[in-house]
Design a protein around this ligand. Structure first.
Ligand code: HEM
Ligand SMILES: [Ca+2]
Ligand SMILES: [Ca+2]
Length: 310
């Protein structure tokens, strides 16, 4: 076991030191450039690490497009609202220009999340590399690993604990909802026909204004920002919001009221340092979940499709 308590994963620091020494630097530069032009792509990099790594393995299965034989994870309801995948392709192309066929999409996904967290004002988290890319979609397993927005805290804690993430780790990871947005389809059940009494009445008019229809057109881009206070910053304002009954999702609200999670919520609301420390630890564990290494998997040429076998 290493300092984060993770099993030996076969991953190492700076895996590409010999084979592509510039890899991490190229990714960092691309993230900076892309972030300058499209601030919200950083939300996507952060959400990606959860949706790829928590689903059995950090194997870039999330990035695969549907084929005639299998449905992509991206198209499942749990992935609702995921966006900006094309910017990961931009990063991959930049890395391929320097070192063709060497750096996996799974590592690019993880490192872009790491650098995206920094762009959002979060901590710099040293992460290992050496992941290979998987060859199949895990759409069929999505619901087993990714909790729904209205799931109970018990079930959320169970799902995370199955991949080695403890209660403070879960509380810290949910702090990601300090940035980004939630579409009205995931919120209207708390507004119509009756307003959920758990919601802070001061927050309700804003939510109703942003989500005026009980049945939103799923194609319309109607959403509420997750954190009205500091929507672009990954900070501990999320914890103050949920303690103030301004959490958008039911899981966000429950996190502040369940007796197992509330003490950590209060501590993170008080201390950004404590939030960052637990967040860094949990991201590291998440990033090492069950990777493909060595002879397993492949280095995809394009992140949205498996390589053709000759
Ligand atoms: C119980 C666990 C979780 C649930 C049920 C959940 C659910 C959701 C939902 C429903 C949305 C709104 C999507 C939309 O309408 O566009 C969302 C957004 C987001 N989630 Fe989570 N999430 C969870 C945990 C996490 C974790 C662990 C992370 C990161 C490590 C994360 C990162 C994000 C980010 C960054 C957004 C904003 C995305 C954007 O603006 O494009 N979430 N989440
Ligand atoms: Ca995966
Ligand atoms: Ca914030």
């Amino acid at each position: 076991e290493d300092e984060v308590g993770a099993k030996h994963s076969g991953l190492v620091m700076d895996f590409y030191k010999e084979s592509c020494p510039q890899a991490e630097e190229i990714i960092r530069e691309q993230v900076k450039l892309l972030y300058k032009r499209h601030k919200n792509t950083a939300f996507s990099w952060l959400r990606n690490i959860f949706h790829d790594c928590a689903v059995q393995s950090c194997d870039a299965s999330l990035l695969l497009d549907s084929t005639r034989r299998s449905l992509s994870e991206k198209e499942m309801d749990r992935s609702f609202g995921m966006r900006n995948f094309r910017y990961l392709d931009t990063i991959k192309e930049a890395v391929e220009r320097e070192c063709p066929g060497v750096v996996s999409c799974a590592d690019i996904l993880v490192l872009s999340a790491r650098d995206g967290i920094v762009a959002l004002g979060g901590p710099y988290i040293p992460l290992k590399t050496g992941r290979k890319d998987g060859r199949r979609s895990r759409a069929d397993l999505l619901e087993q690993y990714l909790p729904d927005h209205n799931e109970s805290i018990s079930s959320v804690l169970d799902k995370f604990s199955a991949i080695g993430i403890d209660t403070p780790g879960v509380v810290a990871l949910l702090g990601s909802h300090s940035v980004g947005r939630t579409h009205c389809v995931k919120l209207v059940h708390r507004l119509y026909p009756d307003v959920d009494p758990d919601l802070n009445p001061d927050h309700v008019p804003h939510m109703l204004k942003k989500c005026p229809d009980p049945i939103p057109d799923p194609k319309a881009v109607q959403y509420v920002r997750n954190d009205r206070g500091t929507p672009m910053k990954l900070d501990n304002n999320y914890y103050r919001n949920i303690l103030d009954n301004k959490g958008l999702l039911q899981v966000d609200h429950q996190l502040a009221y369940d007796k197992r999670t509330r003490p950590f919520v209060k501590k993170m609301a008080k201390s950004q340092d404590y939030f960052f420390k637990e967040f860094s630890r949990a991201i590291a564990v998440l990033s090492e979940n069950n990777p493909l290494t060595g002879d397993q998997g492949e280095i995809r040429k394009q992140c949205n499709a498996v390589n053709k076998l000759h």
